[in-house]
Design a protein around this ligand. Structure first.
Ligand code: NAD
Length: 364
């Protein structure tokens, strides 16, 4: 029987590039949370990505997966870097990302894009277009063209051809639709399903199944939108959206677009759920241009910890406290370079930003 009082166990995977830098404040926050007895937690760390390849020869060692299996939730920094770009596909750090998501059965990627009002000026869009923005992209994560077969580069009559396959099964669409509708019920009760049903058969099925699942959610409004229109609407009138649900490749692209609406990719966290163990990570990569310079924004990483408390540990109170601490720091005008639009803000480094958030959390 599961002991409800046992400490919850986390696996921490700092990864490469800015990963370990943005992870440092998260580790300090976890120590504070345990010290103050706000939660009973324990954690271990493991290797993933290029640092794992350097140490073990593979980007996703068996030991990392074993540690993930005995955890309640996994928190990941970022992987990748120019040093690994010429490696064979199976040895690329990014392969570890796909591998761990697949291993955990984390088929639903939630990417909330909420504008902190204090950052309205940091967005490239006019403040009146984005102020009050609060949407979530629900991206299918373990299917579609990133996994579909056949794939590869073949030679036909001396001409090379690259092949990938967009494919979705009925159960895959049904379960991601349910995640979106369940989430919308806790929000503003509106789902926009994004596809390319005017061109792709996989999207025709997608649209049909989402509409069928919708019949069980009559309290939630549903509309369908082609992906090209959705890309345009996101910059034209993003506040029309509450929950956007879409396949793997469309979600990958649209969620980065949504990220920019909020000011910086350094602000956006994500949760990958659906399996027994959730995976939480910022949406940014390892930012080799910033690595080791104390310039990266650690807030996406910190907000990923908030999502972990919300979705895997059922601690909405701690999730809110962390989010309020971040908001408090922004209210004080403290900014990392990526979100500092005007001279009046106090521009700080990764470490200092982390310290400010921890001080706010302590005072909360
Ligand atoms: P990236 O997200 O690392 O960087 C894109 C741009 O955003 C860069 O200008 C970078 O300086 C900036 N940026 C990213 N994170 C930031 C932060 N926290 N604060 C401030 N600015 C930030 O994407 P990329 O340059 O396309 O890829 C770099 C490496 O990361 C590649 O090896 C790529 O494969 C990998 N990658 C990993 C993940 C992941 O681990 N989840 C995601 C995307 C890319």
């Amino acid at each position: 029987m599961k002991d409800a009082n046992r400490p919850r166990r986390l696996l921490l995977l700092p990864g490469d590039g800015i990963g370990p830098e943005v992870f440092r404040p998260v580790l300090e926050m976890l120590e504070l949370i345990v010290d103050k007895k706000w939660a009973s937690l324990e954690w271990e760390t493991a290797l993933i990505g290029g640092s794992a390849t350097d140490a073990t020869g593979v980007p996703l060692p068996k030991e990392t997966l074993e540690k993930a299996d005995r955890s309640d939730a996994v928190l990941l920094g970022a992987v990748g870097g120019p040093k690994y770009d010429t490696l064979a596909y199976e040895l690329r750090p990014e392969r570890a990302l796909l591998g761990i998501r697949e291993h955990l059965g984390a088929y639903a990627n939630l990417r909330p894009a909420r504008l902190f009002q204090e950052l309205a000026d940091a967005s490239t869009l006019k403040p009146e277009v984005i102020s009050g923005l609060d949407l979530v992209v629900v991206r299918e994560l373990t299917g579609g063209i990133y996994f579909g077969k056949p794939r590869g580069i073949v030679v036909e009559n001396g001409i090379r051809r690259g092949i990938n396959t967009e494919t979705y099964s009925e159960p895959e669409i049904e379960r991601i639709a349910r995640v979106a509708f369940d989430l919308a019920r806790k929000r503003r009760k509106k789902v926009t399903s994004v596809d390319k049903a005017n061109v792709l058969e996989s999207s025709v099925l997608w649209r049909e199944i989402v509409s069928r699942v919708h019949k069980e959610y009559s309290d939630v409004a549903l509309d369908h939108m082609y992906v090209d229109n959705a890309a345009m609407q996101l910059v034209r009138n993003p506040k029309q959206f509450d929950v956007l649900v879409t396949g793997n490749i469309f979600g990958d692209i649209l969620s980065d677009e949504a990220a920019q609406l909020t000011g910086s990719i350094g602000m956006l966290a994500s949760a990958s759920i659906g399996g027994k163990i959730g995976l939480y990570e910022p949406i940014h990569g390892s930012a080799p241009d910033l690595a080791g310079k104390n310039l990266a924004n650690p807030l996406a990483m910190i907000l990923s910890l908030a999502l972990l408390f919300r979705y895997s540990l059922d601690r909405e109170d701690l999730a809110k406290r962390i989010e309020s601490a971040v908001q408090g720091v922004l209210k004080d005008g403290i900014r990392t370079p990526d979100i500092s639009a005007y001279g009046w803000t106090k521009v700080v480094g990764t470490r200092e930003m982390g310290e400010h958030v921890i001080q706010k959390l302590l005072a909360s």
